[in-house]
Design a binder for this molecule. Structure first.
Ligand code: TLP
Length: 344
């Protein structure tokens, strides 16, 4: 029986084409700037995102923390969504490593409204940690994987600029956002000061993220990457897979969105509490309700039937589609979940 793994799009394995390209990759020492495949990946990533330069980093978390450390100094404030990945899931790296104070604002629907951004842009005063940076996330993971619209995204970015802030985009899945809206990714990535996007999620590369921004910003971020232990040597082996992720896998994400929509409809038809979002992508979040079963227990029971997913709280779980999951798989996943819910 095939195991259907809906825990995350991070579980994707490199394609045969990626493995072949990795084996054949031309490499050099990237700390000396001499890895031709890394250099090619950095150049293409900058071009695609509408930024001047780019840096290969080992993970989304490393890209985000390197960006925050580059934008902010100790004692500075960074405005973060209360449900953002940087605030919830990155080990408090910005505070642990950078002495940066999170200035938290609600981000319902995946984006902090412009007014709330401006309310953190306080006059200079010795009592306040000065806000330097706004962090946005698109798609927004905990807001149901919703893709924030170009219009709402721009309004919040412009508010930050009018308040004198720089803007960093946690674009771990920004190609899912551009696919969902049918726009060029630059609509999001081209209007911020820096963006991190992941090669290793729905794009299928085994390792890595790109941090893109202005040339001067990226050269300072390169210094931070080294301090964080992220200076790699013959990293072209990884970049070879990254180039395929960028050139090919960014073009097929609509398929994952269709499968997520199919899964969502099947569950909804069976009376399951799927959370609806404005612009769904490759995630389906389910709320079980106060008298529903424990989400961890449900996930254990479905795992026994070959369907894997993760609980995000006692009464909420997440299902993520990706290229390792086909339409027939989501149909079976929906059936298994509904059967187990009936039995509980
Ligand atoms: N997200 C993971 C878990 O950490 C929750 C997942 O399975 O979704 N930004 C966003 C929006 C993310 O969703 C993630 C990973 C990251 C950053 C961090 O990327 P990595 O895992 O490469 O450090």
């Amino acid at each position: 029986m095939k195991v259907i793994d809906l825990r995350s799009d991070t579980v994707t394995k490199p394609t045969d084409e990626m493995r072949a390209a990795m084996a054949a990759a031309d490499v050099g020492d990237d700390v000396y700037g001499e890895d031709p495949t890394i250099n090619e990946l950095e150049k293409e990533s900058a071009l695609m995102t509408g930024q001047e330069a780019a840096l290969f980093v080992t993970s989304g978390t490393q890209g985000n923390v390197a960006a925050l450390l580059t934008h902010c100094s100790r004692g500075d404030g960074a405005i973060l969504g209360s449900d953002s990945h940087i605030y919830i899931y990155e080990g408090g790296g910005l505070s642990a490593l950078g002495g940066i104070l999170p200035l938290v604002a609600d981000d319902p629907g995946g984006i902090i409204p412009p007014q709330k951004v401006l309310s953190w842009c306080r006059p200079s005063n010795v009592h306040f940690a000065p806000a330097r940076l706004l962090c946005v996330e698109n798609t927004h993971n905990r807001a149901g994987g919703t893709a924030v619209s170009p219009k709402d995204f721009k309004a919040t970015v412009e508010a930050a600029r009018s308040g004198g802030l720089s803007v960093h985009l946690d674009g771990a899945r920004v190609f899912n956002a551009s696919t969902a809206w049918g726009v060029d990714v630059k609509e999001f990535t081209g209007i911020v000061d820096s963006v991190q996007f992941c090669l290793s999620k729905g794009l299928g590369a085994p390792v890595g993220s790109m941090l893109c921004g202005g040339a001067e910003f990226i050269s300072r971020a390169r210094h931070w990457r080294k301090r964080l232990g992220g200076g790699l040597r013959q990293a072209g082996i990884l970049a070879a897979a990254g180039l395929i992720a960028l050139r090919k896998m960014t073009k097929r994400l609509a398929e994952d969105h269709e499968n997520a929509a199919r899964l969502s409809s099947a569950l909804l038809a069976g009376g399951v509490g799927v959370e609806t979002v404005d612009k769904p992508t490759n995630m389906v979040y389910v709320s079980l309700g106060a008298d529903g079963p424990d989400a961890n227990e449900l996930s254990r029971r479905c795992a026994a039937g070959g369907v894997l997913f993760g609980a995000v709280s006692e009464r909420r779980f997440r299902l993520v589609t990706h290229f390792g999951v086909a339409a027939v798989d989501v149909d079976r996943a929906a059936e298994t979940i509904m059967e187990e819910l009936k039995a509980s």
